[in-house]
Design a protein around this ligand. Structure first.
Ligand SMILES: [Zn+2]
Length: 413
């Protein structure tokens, strides 16, 4: 199985290159607006849309005309990517299952003074290469890049964007997943409490880092400052730019933290069980923005890391309650936010609220996976293992072949 990964790198363009990048971002925005207007006109006229093929041929048709010379200097593969993105946006807006809004026209940098145009180039016949600390981008040239980590495989696409006051490019690559582990030795449930602390059923605890709270306090201060300024004034724009930069810093801090935690828990566990993080529920329960939600990020990152490593990631149903459930007997308890511990009314066990929740997440996940026939519980043969209550699972599709089963069991005992 292959997965597409996205890595972000910082770019250091020369002034000439920077001008080109700004121009290309504006061109991509112009093409988006042009194609969107055309689609809206078409829809008013006969209730149809232009999809990718129509839009691509339309671009080809208008290129020779004088008023569209700005498209000519642009990378044609990148122009096609704009059409592709617009097609996706249109499809998402009109299909019933998705609740996305109808695509909007993009506003120019000059108007909002926050520059975030972007364009995406495609690696056709190796036109995007990394050599001598630069990345070659079609029609821009060799742009210096900070290669903080090696590429995992061949580059598919590169998106260049000026974000939060810095140039960056995100490179997509296709990476082959490791073959699925046949024997899975640990199953761990993870719970997130109201303080956004991650608690694992094996006793793992990771606190929400302090620097995030500090950055958020700074953000609140700047937002109050913005409210005092006259809207549209120079000082107002200045504060807005500072807020934009700080947003960039916070999002990098969150991402870094989420990467560290997800790396650690996927390295240490074979089966990871999370709750389905209904964004709305999370929002209600930590009382701050959805964008703040580090936990949703941790689950996302753990999912792909587990898949790459051939491990199992599982989300239990959204409506399975985990908080206040005794992990020993399943008794429900109503707890307030301040109850960090409780004593089970049915079996009398003293329970830590978060640990008990994480354990019941692991239990539910185990039942789910076995019921769905994804894994089978294997009984460790030796007495010692049974005494340790060590759980061992096997991927079910491999359980059929007895030869493989024997060898893998021999390996763990
Ligand atoms: Zn109990």
């Amino acid at each position: 199985m292959k997965k597409t990964l996205r890595y972000n790198y910082r770019l250091n363009p020369t002034p000439e290159q920077e001008a080109k990048l700004i121009e290309f971002g504006a061109t991509a925005r112009g093409i988006w607006n042009l194609l969107l207007s055309e689609n809206m006109r078409r829809y008013e006229f006969d209730k149809t849309f232009l999809f990718y093929n129509d839009m691509a041929s339309l671009l080809k048709e208008i290129k020779p005309f004088e008023e569209f010379t700005w498209i000519k200097s642009f990378d044609s593969a990148a122009a096609q990517q704009v059409a592709r993105d617009l097609e996706t946006a249109l499809k998402n807006a009109i299909s019933k299952g998705r609740l996305q809004r109808f695509p909007k026209h993009k506003i120019s940098y000059k108007k909002k003074k926050l520059h975030n145009d972007s364009f995406r180039a495609v690696n056709n016949s190796n036109c995007i290469r990394i050599e001598d600390g630069t990345i070659s981008i079609p029609k821009v040239g060799k742009v210096p890049i900070i290669l903080h980590r090696e590429l995992a495989s061949k580059i598919k696409t590169v998106t260049v964007q000026f974000r939060h006051g810095k140039w960056e490019c995100s490179i997509t690559q296709e990476v082959e997943c490791k073959t699925a582990l046949r024997v899975l030795k640990t199953i761990t449930g993870f719970d997130i409490n109201s303080k956004q602390t991650v608690v694992g059923s094996n006793g793992y605890v990771a606190d929400n880092p302090k620097f995030l709270t500090q950055s958020k306090a700074k953000l609140n201060q700047l937002q109050r400052q913005l409210a005092r300024r006259n809207k549209g004034s120079n000082r107002w724009h200045k504060t807005r730019q500072r807020i934009n930069k700080l947003h960039g810093k916070i999002s990098r801090q969150r991402l870094d933290f989420a990467h560290q935690i997800s790396r650690q828990i996927t390295n240490e566990n074979d089966i990871l069980v999370f709750e389905d993080l209904n964004v709305k529920a999370m929002q209600k329960f930590n009382g701050s923005m959805v964008a703040d939600n580090v936990m949703a990020l941790i689950t996302q990152l753990s999912k792909y890391k587990a898949e790459l490593a051939g491990k199992l990631y599982h989300e239990i149903g959204r409506f399975e309650k985990s908080t206040g459930i005794c992990s020993e007997c399943g008794q429900h308890h109503v707890l307030t936010l301040n109850d960090r511990h409780f004593i089970c009314v049915a079996c009398g066990v003293h329970q830590n609220r978060d640990l008990s929740a994480a354990k019941s997440i692991a239990n539910t996940g185990e039942l789910d996976l076995i019921a769905a026939g994804i894994v089978a519980r294997v009984n460790p043969t030796s007495q010692r293992k049974a005494a340790n209550k060590m759980k061992v699972f096997e991927l079910s599709k491999f359980a059929v072949g007895s030869e493989k089963k024997r060898s893998s069991l021999a390996f763990i005992s």
